[in-house]
Design a binder for this molecule. Structure first.
Ligand code: PLP
Length: 437
């Protein structure tokens, strides 16, 4: 046997030293080695239009000159990394922008390296401010992989082994598929959810709760959307009890939904805190919490995050956020999303395997179901993913039952790319539908 045949592949080496629970996309996982604009190339030289951008990380595409040059300028200083013990211009500038954009009165910002840490910090702030470990969270939610964040995650993939330090009550709001809610109007469902919240507070929590943490659109949950206005209705009750509201904007922030710079704006609510991460650094690690100043300042026991707000991430994030604002990418997200979601909805009737098409702006999903039984079908979702890849389009997967194909293209998506992606998706559905029916 040749020496080459004995050389383990990258996949074999990955399996040997990386955790078995790390999910890799595709039956034959690929290695992405380069990116330019809204496209990537794999190690075999195949090019793809990227409708998932890592996991919503390269929010404005790959190799963006403005971001690269900002990072290079920072590198040229010698990468003086001083943590938060000295003044850092990039941190202050980014915090000023985020505080202003958040709409939260007297807002202050704390930077972390990830969404998990951001949520952990928000929970800590809330528990500290309200002196209780009871919190509210949403069924089907995902907030990260630390003990606290897993604790408020309402998805069995993460919760079945969690020993949360928090006392968590899960709420309805993104589970309209349940038979008791079927056919309800948005108003009736919202009212039912509010009654449930009141019941939980009165009977289970005794009203003694620090915060509700919720995603305006559930990301990992399959881009499931509570009805617009649900969180405004919840907030009225929370205010009665003095319970804080944390909007997890890790997936929905920065104009992605097209209808507001943060996803929660779709509900007409100003939260007490928002958490963010993923796309802000356009590939560089940055996360954080923006909170009312009095809440942020109350927690003086925890002084710093060593790498949170590091100068390289700040340079990337400032350049990315400026780019989003200068090019009004929120408007682009709304426009391209309308084309793609509208196109998918128009085509969906032809495909019995498609159970639902949903989304807002550049955050949309197709839910696949067995055409005979109507049951959620993860294999059909995987088949659509594979079919799209063969045609040069990368997408994501997820959902409560693993049967949703999720897409979150870069906010810089062009008209031509939107049309190309839509064409590939319809073609892929056609193939999968034909094989399944
Ligand atoms: N919150 C939401 C809504 C997320 O989707 C994620 C990650 O997918 C997180 C938090 C955790 O972020 P991170 O993976 O950066 O820790």
């Amino acid at each position: 046997m040749s020496e080459r045949a004995n050389t383990p592949s990258l996949l074999e080496r990955h399996r040997a030293v990386m955790p078995s629970w790390l999910a890799l996309n595709y039956a034959e996982p690929i290695e992405i080695v380069a990116g330019k604009g809204n496209r990537v190339t794999d190690a075999a030289g195949n090019g793809y239009l990227d409708f998932f951008t890592g996991i919503l990380t390269n929010m404005i595409g790959y190799d963006v000159p403005e971001v690269r040059e900002a990072v290079e300028r920072q590198l040229a200083t010698g990468v003086v990394h001083t943590s938060t013990t000295y003044l850092l211009r990039g941190q202050v500038e980014l915090a000023e922008k985020i505080a202003r954009l958040s709409g939260i009165p007297d807002a202050k910002v704390f930077f972390t390296n990830s969404g998990t840490e951001a949520n952990e910090t928000a929970l800590l702030l809330a528990a500290y401010a309200r002196r209780t470990d009871q919190v509210l969270a949403m069924r089907q939610s995902y907030h990260g992989r630390s003990f606290g964040a897993v604790g408020v995650t309402g998805n069995r993939a993460w919760t079945n082994l969690s020993y949360s330090p928090l006392h968590v009550h899960f709420l309805h709001g993104a589970d309209r598929h349940l038979p008791q809610f079927a056919g309800m109007s948005d108003e009736a469902y919202t009212e039912a959810c509010v009654q449930d919240l009141r019941h939980v507070l009165a009977t289970a929590a005794g009203g003694d709760v620090a915060a509700l943490i919720a995603e305006p659109i559930q990301g990992v949950g399959g881009f499931t959307m509570p009805p617009d206005g649900l969180f405004a209705a919840y907030k009225e009750v929370l205010d009665e009890y003095g319970i804080l509201f944390v909007s997890d904007e890790v997936q929905t922030g920065w104009g992605r939904t097209g209808q507001g710079f943060f996803g929660i704006e779709n509900h007409g609510v100003t939260p007490d805190m928002m958490t963010f991460a993923k796309g802000l650094g356009n590939g560089f690690a940055v996360g954080g919490v923006v909170a009312r100043g009095e809440l942020m300042d109350a927690l003086h026991a925890v002084g710093l995050s060593t790498f949170g707000g590091n100068p390289i991430s700040m340079a990337a994030a400032n350049a990315t956020l400026d780019f989003v604002l200068e090019h009004d990418l929120q408007a682009n997200a709304a426009r391209q999303g309308e084309t793609i979601i509208g196109g998918l909805r128009a085509a969906a009737g032809r495909f019995p395997v498609v159970k639902d098409v949903r989304g807002k702006g550049l955050m949309f999903a197709i839910e696949l179901a067995d055409p005979g039984t109507g049951d959620p079908s993860p294999p059909l979702a995987a088949a659509v993913m594979e079919a799209a890849r063969e045609r040069g389009l990368l997408v994501g997967k997820g959902g409560l039952y693993g049967n949703a194909v999720r897409m979150a293209p870069p906010l810089t998506l062009t008209d031509a790319e939107a049309a190309e992606g839509l064409g590939i998706l319809i073609d892929s559905l056609e193939t999968v539908n034909e094989a399944a029916t």
